[in-house]
Write a protein that binds this ligand. Structure first.
Ligand code: GCO
Length: 396
């Protein structure tokens, strides 16, 4: 049996500047990786050297069968010193967009994916309200330069992760500063998204603009326990709805999902016995994608959904393919139920720098040899590219 995706459904993969470009020496993450007391296992170094190798990566993506590429532009390269914009860096990203278009690929450009210029971090970063106007100014500049080539723009990637993992957990910069700073950063990032969207629209009214949110299938355990349900709803509000509710008028909402989170009356429960656990520490749970698409659609009051990230970090590519297949079955179920899903983006094109985890977890559908930078598509890349080309999922 074959299940078809709607006509015009987009198929892509995603990467982020700092995870693939290499030598982003001017941002807060570079400093964080090299600082002595952070949980980072290794520095990003050359990463995948994509700053130089993007033409071959984009050609490979097209050859595999995809028509979307989600990547981010590096603020610290474009504005290395406050107020000084690098024409050369902007031209670089213009060439990246142009190369995508030459290969029939729509560029989906993210303006902020976890990294901020060191000068911004020194001024307080995302817990300072003044950051909003700086991000707006950067967004305007970027859009003036790239807006005519961008197919779609994502303002901020996973603000909920930047705020929580940065300010509460302390695994991301600036390091744990406590609850008050976390909640302040949440508000500022949400407001920055709203302000940047308006600024981008003023420059490029026709380019769809949205936010990407890290989502989890939050489950109360037991499902009918009032305390567990209340706890789950509170966590879900703080980490997801806070943003989703601000995206009701957006052109799309970017859903990024990897697993589920089980919440009991006392708090988070961790993996269930018998469910495989991935190297990232969470469960193999492909059903989470459909659950989060449904929630995003509901909470945003029907903002069209673009899956902007989904996948797993694993050394077992057969497991990855099974995960992607199951997740895509869920996407089809959502579409059957009338939810507008615009496309699917796999995280990631390349094995890359997984933040504090370093190069251990392998999310790529393309293997990267760390010594030679040689790219080798894994079987899952050929398989997913084939699904993209057919715009359909064959059931074995
Ligand atoms: C994310 C991130 C990626 C991660 C991916 C895998 O937005 O969380 O966008 O940078 O690498 O999620 O953990």
């Amino acid at each position: 049996m074959t299940r078809r995706f709607p006509e015009g459904f987009r198929w892509g993969t995603a990467t982020a500047a700092h995870q693939v470009e290499g030598n982003n020496v001017n941002n807060d993450w570079w400093a964080w990786e090299l600082a002595p007391d952070t949980p980072c296992v290794e520095p990003s170094g050359d990463a995948c050297d994509q700053y130089h190798r993007y033409p071959a990566d984009i050609a490979l993506l097209a050859q595999l069968g995809f028509d979307n590429y989600r990547f981010s532009i590096e603020w610290s390269r474009i504005e290395p010193v406050e107020g000084q914009f690098s024409r050369a860096a902007l031209d670089h990203y213009r060439r990246v967009c142009a190369t995508c278009l030459e290969h029939g690929i729509e560029p989906v450009v993210t303006y902020h994916h976890f990294t901020s210029p060191q000068w911004l971090a020194a001024q307080g970063g995302w817990h300072e309200r003044a950051t909003i106007e700086k991000f707006v100014r950067f967004s305007e500049k970027a859009t003036e330069h790239l807006g005519d080539l961008a197919g779609r723009i994502c303002t901020i990637n996973e603000p909920n992760v930047v705020a929580f993992i940065g300010y509460m957990v302390g695994a991301f910069p600036p390091g744990a500063l406590g609850k008050e700073h976390w909640l302040t950063a949440q508000d500022i990032m949400r407001d920055a998204h709203v302000a940047a969207t308006e600024a981008i629209k003023n420059v490029a009214p026709d380019v769809p603009v949205g936010l990407t949110v890290s989502m989890s299938d939050y489950q109360a355990v037991p499902a009918d326990d009032d305390l567990a349900v209340a706890r789950r709803d509170r966590i879900r509000f703080l980490s997801e709805d806070h943003y989703l509710e601000a995206c009701r008028d957006d052109d799309f909402i970017g859903v990024q999902t990897y697993s589920r989170t089980r919440i009991g009356p006392e708090g988070e429960l961790g993996p269930e016995d018998g469910v495989p656990v991935l190297p990232m520490g969470y469960e193999y749970y492909p059903e989470s994608l459909a659950a989060t698409i449904r929630r995003a659609w509901e909470v945003t009051e029907q903002t069209p959904v673009l899956v902007t990230e989904n996948g797993i970090g694993t050394d077992d590519d057969t497991q990855r393919q099974a995960y992607l297949r199951a997740a895509l079955e869920g996407v089809l179920d959502c579409i059957d139920d009338g939810i507008e899903v615009l496309g699917y983006t796999c995280w990631s094109l390349l094995d890359n720098f997984e933040w504090a985890f370093g190069y251990g977890p392998r999310f790529g559908i393309v293997d990267v040899d760390r010594a030679t930078q040689l790219r080798t598509p894994k079987p899952s890349a050929h398989w997913l590219g084939g699904v993209a080309r057919a715009n359909a999922l064959d059931r074995p």
